[in-house]
Design a protein around this ligand. Sequence first.
Ligand SMILES: C[S@@+](CC[C@H](N)C(=O)[O-])C[C@H]1O[C@@H](n2cnc3c(N)ncnc32)[C@H](O)[C@@H]1O
Length: 261
Amino acid sequence: MIVTTSPKPDDALRETAKRLARFLGARLVPRKKRSIARLMREEGTDTVLVVTAEGPRLYRAGVERPFVYHPNTAMIRMRHLLRGDTDPMVELMEIRPGDRVLDCTLGLAADAAVLSLAVGEGGEVVGLESEPLIAAVVAEGLRTYSSGSAAIDAALRRIRVVCADHLDYLRQCADRSFDVVYFDPMFRRPVEASSGIGSLRPFANPAPLSPEAVREARRVARRMVVMKERQGSAEFARLGFAEVHEVGNSVAYGIIRVDAP
Ligand SMILES: C[S@@+](CC[C@H](N)C(=O)[O-])C[C@H]1O[C@@H](n2cnc3c(N)ncnc32)[C@H](O)[C@@H]1O
C-alpha cells in the first residue's frame, strides 16, 4: 500500500501524510495530479491512503467507495444525550460520569464517541482496533472532525485509540481495571441497512469473538462485559451471554455481570 496527499497539499497535510506513512510502515509517494487508478497502476498497489484537508480517504481496487471517517449514528445519539435524553446502550451499561470503558472493537468509533460523551472529562474510553488502516483513518478523524458542537468535538478528541488485537491488550490489563469491557465484532450475518459499517467492511477484521477474549474481559471488567450482536444470534449462547436485551429491530446487547470481589 502507499500513502499520498490531495493534489495541492500544504505543509500540514504533508506532515500528516508523513506521520501516517510512518505509522503504517507504508511508502509515501508524491501525488503529481495522478488519478487514484493511475496511482495504483504506476505504483503497483491495490490500496492507497490519500490525506486530504477533509481527512484521510482509503481506496482499494475493486471497492466502490473510499473508507473515510464519519461519526455515523453517533451524532444523533450524542445530540440526544446533550438534550438530556437517554441512549439504550449507555443505560444498559449503567454508565456514570467518571467511568472507564474499554471498547475492544473500535471500528468507526460511533459507540466509543457516545460512551466518551457519557463518561465525561473525568472518565476514559480506550478504543482498540486491530486493523492499522482503520485505526489510522479513525484516529485522524477523531482528532480533526468538526461537528459544530464543542462538547461533541471534545468527546471525540478524548477517545484514546490503540491499534492492537483485543486479546493481546486484555491479557496485559490489570484485574478490574475498566468498569465496562465492550465488544461489537463484525456480525456473523451483516445487517444490510447498516451502510455506515458497509464502507468499513472491506478493511475490517472479520474474526468471531473468542471465548478466551471473553474470559479475559471478565477478569478486566469491574461491572460488566457487553457484546452487541444481531437479534437471535447464536453468538450470545456460544460465548456465555445469558442476559440479552433487544434494542430496536435488529440488534441486541448481551451482558455478563461481574460479581463484586
Ligand atoms: C462492527 S465494527 C465496530 C463498530 C463500532 N462499535 C462503531 O460504533 O463504529 C468491528 C471493528 O472491530 C475490529 N476488530 C475485530 N476483531 C478485533 C480484534 N480482535 N481486536 C481489535 N479490533 C478488532 C474490526 O476490524 C472492526 O473495525
